[in-house]
Design a protein around this ligand. Structure first.
Ligand SMILES: NC(=O)c1ccc[n+]([C@@H]2O[C@H](COP(=O)([O-])OP(=O)(O)OC[C@H]3O[C@@H](n4cnc5c(N)ncnc54)[C@H](OP(=O)(O)O)[C@@H]3O)[C@@H](O)[C@H]2O)c1
Length: 297
């Protein structure tokens, strides 16, 4: 997988954006700001006006939007929405490039890619690693997979949205990377939610506890993924920092605390069980990276 690509200068291109929700509107605005000629379509016409006021050309239909540009970006709620929108247009897709930035699974991306390619069009799948406010800022980037030639042709234009990162010709890979990154994010949110719940149950103001939690999470994740990567790629999970055998009993204390404070144990019981299993299966001397192997089984 290539490294992030810095935003190269791009000659004005014709780009269409279908779907002007919170994210699609941000994408269209970023393309306009970069000087591209942007055609837009949205199911509810009300959302078109704001982009039109910024210089976008409203299309009468999805077919007209796709016909207006070499590259069409789709950003709807689900892949089913995208398929329902495209299927009636099958005969008019040949020669077009469709970049679908809708959130979905790798298999959904592969199925849609095969269908789009069968119509004679090129398919790019994208995973947006940003909220709308991060689009076109250094903090946001988009993962791409699928038709590499289409990616290379339109990379400079797509760079208007933020960083670009190629993940491979398997169209499912952008979604695979995207969902794995989201997994890390939601796991972190699980822990943060539980920690606040415990402190709230003891009437500690969230504003007082928040900075401590933030510093702790940052300190504990510093270097952690690099440690995981080293251990997972070498197969050597032995640790001289903090063993699973040391940490597993702490989960009995955590679960006891949650019960005593009237806080649900639901989120943490599976994690407690995983730590317990790590010891039962003989991995007491290993570090946290062993958990990633145990989850795979
Ligand atoms: N917002 C984020 O932070 C974020 C971050 C990363 C990825 N994403 C992904 O980006 C995609 C769009 O998110 P969003 O935040 O823009 O959502 P949103 O504000 O709810 O907008 C959804 C868009 O999909 C359209 N749509 C839904 N069903 C449709 C259908 N059957 N036919 C035609 N259009 C349809 C909506 O049209 P109407 O206006 O007519 O309802 C609207 O344009 C999602 O897949 C989301 O997971 C969002």
């Amino acid at each position: 997988m290539s490294e992030f690509t810095a935003t190269p200068a791009s000659a004005p291109a014709r780009v269409s954006v279908i779907g002007l929700g919170l994210m699609g509107s941000a994408l269209a605005a970023a393309l306009l700001n970069a000087g591209h000629q942007v055609t837009v379509w949205n199911r509810s016409p009300a959302k078109v006006g704001i982009l039109a006021a910024q210089g976008a050309v409203p299309a009468d239909s999805p077919a007209a939007a796709i016909a207006a540009s070499d590259l069409t970006i789709l950003c709807l709620t689900t892949y089913d929405n995208v398929s329902e929108l495209l299927e009636p247009l099958a005969d008019s897709l040949a020669g077009r490039v469709l970049a679908n930035l809708t959130n979905g699974t790798p298999d959904q991306a592969r199925t849609l890619a095969a269908w789009v390619e069968a119509q004679g069009a090129a398919y790019l799948d994208g995973g947006i690693m940003a909220v709308p406010q991060m689009i076109a800022t250094p903090a946001g980037y988009v993962l791409y997979s699928g038709d590499e030639q289409a990616y290379e042709t339109h990379r400079a234009t797509l760079a208007a949205l933020g960083g670009t990162r190629w993940t491979g010709t398997d169209p499912g890979f952008a979604a695979l990377y995207d969902m794995s990154l989201l997994t890390g994010m939601y796991g972190m949110i699980t822990g943060i939610s539980q920690a606040f719940a415990v402190m709230r149950s003891a009437n500690v103001p969230a504003a007082e506890f928040g900075p401590l939690l933030e510093n702790w999470v940052i300190a504990m994740t510093q270097g952690l993924t690099a440690d995981y990567a080293r251990a997972l790629d070498s197969g050597d999970h032995l640790t001289d920092v903090a063993s699973l055998g040391m940490q597993a009993p702490a989960f009995d204390n955590l679960l006891d605390l949650y019960r005593a404070q009237g806080v649900s144990t639901d989120l943490f019981e599976p994690l407690a069980a995983l730590f317990k299993r790590s010891v039962e299966e003989g991995h007491a001397a290993d570090g946290l990276s062993r958990l990633a192997e145990l989850v795979r089984k």
